[in-house]
Design a protein around this ligand. Structure first.
Ligand SMILES: C[S@@+](CC[C@H](N)C(=O)[O-])C[C@H]1O[C@@H](n2cnc3c(N)ncnc32)[C@H](O)[C@@H]1O
Length: 312
């Protein structure tokens, strides 16, 4: 196991996970591909529907939406198979992950609102239990909801346009993202497990926000000087919150989909050991550089979260 500790590896996590020591990992914090076709690495299905993987005219030139990401109508068998393929993919790594966890270890999985249920089922089927679904609230969200009257007017349907005035095509503003919180089952009581495996309890005192105990709604965002390296990057303060809540110093935090290294950096800055796996070497290079150039002075954990300002 030692050769994997405090390392960022360029590899498919399915190749590395089986090599980790069983019952060794204290916590997993991972921002897995959401399976919503955000980028090449997020296409977790074999559906080659060019409308699905292409861009609509409204998306052209907008960096946030490289692809449509949703089957256009979702009516054919290949479109409907996408969620099942995502669940199977999650099952592959979840079953490799499970034996590596200590009993009582927490597993935090970031996901999309419309695909995370498949990841949760896969993780449950691997043997984990669901503790909660945390809500990560962002300060704002892109809102795309086209006026249907405008579409009808362009088609020359004046009467219909008047009838549908005020109606829109789209969703409500997506202000939150789910974080599934699972844990590995343990023998006897949680207190016994804490004594044996040193995981399973939560350190609320270390995670107070402006002096108050946190709820399961988490309002975190990037610091104003936090550099962005990955289009799916997560704020360090949020990752630190999850790590502080469930681990002690020197415990091992694993991220099998580490991207630009945010989980590993957050762990290192909190004096936790990390294991980071990322399939794309461009991101592993960034992750290694981010960690190497991190501030030599590491703030005491107790100073990190209370500085967080409420966002809403
Ligand atoms: C959502 S991103 C993680 C971004 C990360 N939270 C950050 O802050 O930079 C998921 C990452 O998983 C990587 N990935 C996809 N499949 C993988 C696999 N089988 N093994 C390891 N990494 C993989 C992708 O290349 C992508 O960078």
């Amino acid at each position: 196991m030692d050769k994997f500790i405090d390392k960022i590896m360029t590899a498919d996590c399915l190749d590395i996970l089986p090599q980790l020591t069983d019952n060794s990992v204290h916590c997993v914090v991972s921002d897995i591909p959401y399976g919503i076709n955000l980028d090449e690495w997020d296409v977790i299905h074999s559906n080659t529907n060019s409308a699905l993987l292409g861009q609509s005219p409204a998306q052209l030139g907008k960096s946030g939406f490289k692809r449509r990401g949703k089957p256009i109508r979702g009516w054919n068998a290949a479109d409907r198979n996408i969620p099942k393929e995502y669940e199977r993919w999650c099952s592959d790594w979840a079953s490799a992950l499970y034996p590596k966890l200590k009993d009582g270890a927490s597993v935090f999985i970031f996901g999309a609102r419309r695909t995370i249920h498949r990841a949760i089922v896969a993780l449950e089927d691997s043997g984990l239990l669901l503790r909660d679904i945390l809500s990560w609230e962002k300060p704002n969200a892109h809102h795309r909801a086209q006026r249907i009257s405008g579409v009808l007017e362009k088609r020359g349907l004046k009467t219909e346009a008047e009838k549908w005035e005020g109606w829109r095509l789209g969703n409500l503003a997506p202000i939150w993202e789910p974080i599934a919180w699972l844990f590995k089952p343990y023998d006897h009581t949680i207190t016994d497990n804490v004594l044996t495996n040193e995981v399973g309890a939560i350190h609320i005192d270390a995670c107070k926000i402006n002096g108050k105990s946190p709820s399961n709604t988490l309002k975190f965002w990037f610091d104003k000087d936090e550099e962005r390296f990955h289009e799916a990057q997560k704020p360090l303060s949020l990752l630190k919150f999850l790590i502080l809540l469930t681990t002690r110093e020197n415990q091992i935090v694993l991220d099998p989909f580490v991207g630009s290294g945010s989980t590993a950096l957050a762990s290192a800055e909190l004096n936790r050991r990390y294991v980071g796996i990322e399939i794309n070497s461009e991101y592993t290079d960034i992750a290694i550089r981010r960690i190497a150039t991190r501030q030599a002075f590491v703030e005491p954990a107790s100073n990190i979260l209370p500085k967080q300002k409420p966002l809403l």
